[in-house]
Design a protein around this ligand. Structure first.
Ligand code: 0A1
Ligand code: ZN
Length: 890
């Protein structure tokens, strides 16, 4: 098989600073849909004064070069050379100089959505990671920090708003008409030096919603959110989340906003979730727009988290940025950690931790266990866009959480303050970050730093034995980490395991002293600092036999095994004082049961073990003392992907689906009377509120409904129909429709039609409608998806539509994507190949869904391989897709 392997590899060890600095630049954009002219006047200084001056090599791609001027004089083409990726000046002046480059670009033809592009008649930019080089020639790398002056010029009609980073300095009409129309300009100045990836500009006709925020030191900041006209009534939640984020960062991290203006623009064509450009965040409109009848509770929670995430980047990412893209987790891991903490403070901490752990296990663990595994700080890449991954983001956040657990809250906070103090205005590294914590705490993090360089999910096995005579409990621990691409062997890591002891009576059991290893004690709890491959920790003064409740709050991103029996775990599920570990115990038992069901010829039979688990689940679900969101989490039975991951090899998705459905049916049948009662008792009174209490209640009620719909007597179907027709919010309407659709009920069809009719002009709601149909486990799903590709509401040109239909099918429909006949793979591969030329970043993201193909049974593996090879040999093929497919096949 011929595969393209001619893509260059960038390595961390090859990092070299640039020989020139560009401390400031002045850009002028003459905006035109097909021929935008960009004049870029750079002040350039050699870094070393003595000796022969090296060549100046600037990045640039897809640009039409109009002119190059040096200190105001036009350069002849002999004085520089240009290839498809660079502009080189072999002999630049020895002293500081001004280089002015004028280029022409075509925003309308830009379907990659990197650089300057058009979305719904608005000009918009996306420069992270390497989009700036599609606007002008520059040092397009994060360690080149510059002060930007930006002038935007455009026709008044169609572009009343001209936005860029920083503060608006001047604006007005241009005296002369151009092409017969009136033009105007806006001049922006951003005083904070920034790398090119944080540059942004927007021009268009949008609605502006205004508010303001007074910082803790008393400065007034104007807040502007721009959305498409007609969507003004969907901005209030995002604005409120922004103000809460600003306050929280002041109160918890002592970080104040640093400009007079903070702007957010919501656009409908965007490759990712949002972008933290300095003072001008650009968002996928999915993560800004919400009102109760179009957005679900999940949408609201995501909006809150992403608004916070982008805002928090102002300090962790913008004020202190990354030296190079290998350090991406420096900004992303830390900022995810901060947004997770913010959401925990806004909502239920325990439930947020459960959600984040679930997410980490379902998205990051498969990445870490498959062909795309890479360290949190990778050491090489061919396409950086492919490294915006769950490992860099979510595992990166876990590493920050572990640092906090190891240092303790105060030393962690001092360490961060020191990091801000030392590196404000700089492009930093992971070494800088860890050093700040070491210096602030006096602790040695050198072994801990392996978490940044070793890929793979460590395995921790714990054997607990109680010695009644000595009143001692011994925890014998063994750690290992599977091989990952390029890393056949691993060193022992520093793993913090938070734990407590639960006695036979369900009470917490104390311990007085410890031996054998480093253990921090906090009241009835402790943290084991596992550092060796094999190690025994002894807890002394344990008066009665006790069970260890291990890895509380998922204190380290590892797989834990122990010698606890199912009965022990059931005991923890019922009595653990740590609610996270009660949920964890339920998950463990459920997964074991569901694996067993998937292996049985007749999974319908309910044995004593199943009954015990069902009763224990019932006790939690029906316990009115417990938080409803927590009860809903217990009722969210592990997904088919979770079960497949635990099985790990020779996976048959149909058997998993069948086993899981039968167990859920048994659960519904055995608990039906109480479930019905619970459903009715959770009815909404009063107006919809997207807060923790309201969303917890709806989550619990809708999970109950989903079980009731499975009952053979059709009463659940009727409840779902009534709920759909009488719902006062999208959460309840959509949940009812989802249950009917996914259980293949005939009643779904007319409701799907009426839903479409009601919302057909609302693209974000239509995305839900597309996803719902694409995630049906029934065998007609493939044909439905195929026909939806031709539906007038679908377009492959829009990333949200593509993800809603094809992304959802590949990521969240284990049975149908992994159909035994291979037609699911073929459909997704066809789309990847069609999309590759238009939008390689989105195509490569879709391809990620093939990453676990080797855990499947042989027949499916062969079908998946055929499609991967078809993609690998396609010509031409983008670097983005080639990188992922080659790694998947190796
Ligand atoms: N830095 C942004 C997300 C982002 C990442 C990559 C992009 O293009 C490759 C675009 C946006 C964030 O973390 O929110
Ligand atoms: Zn981010």
């Amino acid at each position: 098989m011929m595969m393209r392997t001619d893509y260059s590899i960038i390595r961390l060890e090859d990092y070299r600073p640039t020989p020139y600095a560009i401390p400031r630049l002045a850009m002028t954009f003459e905006l035109h849909p097909e021929k935008t002219c960009v004049r870029n006047e750079m002040h350039i200084e050699p870094k070393e004064s003595a000796g022969e001056k090296p060549a100046l090599i600037l990045n640039g791609e897809g640009l039409k070069l109009l002119s190059v001027e040096l200190n105001g004089s036009l350069l002849l083409s002999d004085d520089y050379h240009v290839d498809d990726k660079h502009l080189t000046i072999p002999h630049p002046p020895e002293q500081a100089f001004t280089l002015t480059i004028t280029t022409e670009i075509n925003p309308t033809a830009n379907t990659r959505l990197e650089g300057l592009y058009r979305t719904s008649n608005t000009y918009c930019t996306q420069c992270e990671a390497e989009g700036f080089r599609r606007i002008t020639y520059f040092y397009d790398r994060p360690d080149c920090l510059s002060v930007y002056d930006v002038r935007l010029e455009a026709p008044v009609t169609g572009n009343p708003h001209l936005l860029s980073n920083g503060n608006l300095i001047d604006s007005g009409a241009l005296t002369e008409k151009r092409d017969g129309s009136d033009w105007h300009f806006a001049q922006w100045h951003d005083p904070h030096p920034k790398p090119a990836y944080l540059f942004a500009c927007v021009a268009g006709d949008l609605a502006r919603i205004e508010d303001s925020f007074t910082t803790s030191s008393g400065r007034e900041v104007n807040l502007h959110i721009y959305v498409e006209h007609g969507k003004e009534d969907r901005v209030s939640y995002a604005m409120d989340a922004l103000k809460r984020s600003m306050r929280w960062d002041e109160e918890v991290y002592g970080r104040e906003y640093d400009l007079d203006l903070f702007q957010i623009v919501a656009v409908s064509d965007f490759n990712m979730g949002a972008m933290e450009n300095k003072g001008l965040n650009i968002f996928n409109d999915k993560y800004v727009l919400a009102k109760p009848d179009t957005a679900t509770d999940t949408d609201y929670a995501l909006i809150e988290a992403i608004i916070a995430h982008e805002y928090f980047h102002n300090w962790t990412g913008n004020r202190i940025t990354c030296r190079d893209w290998f350090q991406l987790c420096l900004k992303e891991g830390l900022t995810v950690f901060r947004d997770q903490e913010f959401s925990s403070d806004m909502r239920s901490r325990a439930v947020k931790r459960i959600e984040d752990t679930r997410q980490l296990r379902s998205r990051q663990f498969p990445e870490d266990g498959g062909p795309l595994a890479h360290p949190v700080r990778p050491e090489s890449y061919s396409e950086i866009n492919n490294f915006y991954t769950a490992t860099v983001y979510e595992k990166g956040a876990e590493l920050c959480r572990m640092i906090k657990a190891i240092l303790g809250r105060d030393a962690f906070s001092n360490g961060l303050d020191l990091y801000f103090e030392r590196h404000d205005g700089e492009a930093a590294t992971i070494e800088d970050f860890l050093k700040a914590f070491e210096d602030a705490s006096g602790k040695d993090l050198s072994q801990f730093s392996l978490w940044y360089s070793q890929a793979g999910t460590p395995d921790v096995a714990v054997t607990s034995t109680y010695n009644a005579k000595h009143k001692e409990l011994t925890l014998a621990v063994e750690q290992s980490c599977p091989a990952t691409p390029g890393q056949p062997t691993k060193r022992a890591m520093h793993i913090p395991v938070r734990f407590g002891l639960i006695g036979k009576n369900g009470q917490e059991v104390s311990f007085t002293n410890t031996r054998g290893g480093d253990i921090d004690l906090h009241g009835m709890e402790g943290i084991l600092h596992i550092r060796e491959r094999k190690q025994s920790f002894v807890l002394e003064g344990v008066e009665s036999p006790a069970l260890p409740s291990l890895l509380r709050g998922f204190s380290a991103p590892v797989r834990l095994r122990s010698n606890l029996t199912d009965d022990d775990i059931l005991h923890l599920m019922q009595h653990d004082s740590d609610s996270f570990n009660r949920w964890e115990a339920s998950q463990y038992l459920l997964i074991r049961t569901l694996i067993r069901k998937s292996e049985q010829d007749n999974p319908i039979e309910v044995n004593q073990r199943d009954m015990t688990l069902i009763e224990a689940l019932g006790k939690v679900i029906f316990d009115p003392q417990l938080d409803m969101a927590f009860r809903a989490e217990i009722l969210a039975i592990p997904s088919e992907t979770d079960i497949a991951r635990e099985i790990g090899r020779n996976v048959d998705p149909d058997a998993i689906h069948h086993g899981r459905e039968t167990f859920r049916q048994s659960l519904a049948e055995r608990l039906q009377t109480q479930l019905r009662k619970l459903y009715h008792s959770l009815q909404q009174h009063g107006p919809y509120q997207p807060d923790a209490e309201g969303s917890g209640r709806r989550a619990l009620r809708n999970r109950v409904l989903d079980l009731l719909v499975m009952l053979p007597d059709k009463s659940g179907i009727e409840l779902a129909q009534i709920q759909f027709n009488t719902a006062t919010n999208m959460t309840d309407r959509f949940a009812a429709l989802a249950s009917l659709t996914h259980h293949g009920k005939d009643a779904a069809k007319p409701l799907l039609t009426s839903f479409y009719e009601q919302f057909k002009d609302d693209a974000l709601v239509i995305d839900k409608w597309l996803s719902l149909q694409a995630t049906s486990p029934k065998s007609d799903c493939l044909a439905t998806v195929q026909s939806l590709l031709d539906h007038p509401s679908f377009s492959l040109n829009n990333p949200n539509r593509t993800r809603a239909l094809i992304g959802a099918f590949a990521m969240s429909n284990a049975c149908q994507f992994n159909r035994a006949d291979g037609k699911g793979y073929r459909l997704v591969a066809d789309i990847i190949l069609e999309l590759d030329d238009k939008n390689p970043q989105t195509a490569a993201r879709l391809l990620n869904n093939f990453r676990s193909w080797r855990v499947l049974e042989e027949g499916r593996q062969a079908k998946a391989r055929t499609e991967l090879e078809r993609i690998a040999t396609a010509n031409p093929l983008s670097k983005d897709v080639a990188d992922i497919v080659n790694r998947c096949l190796h």
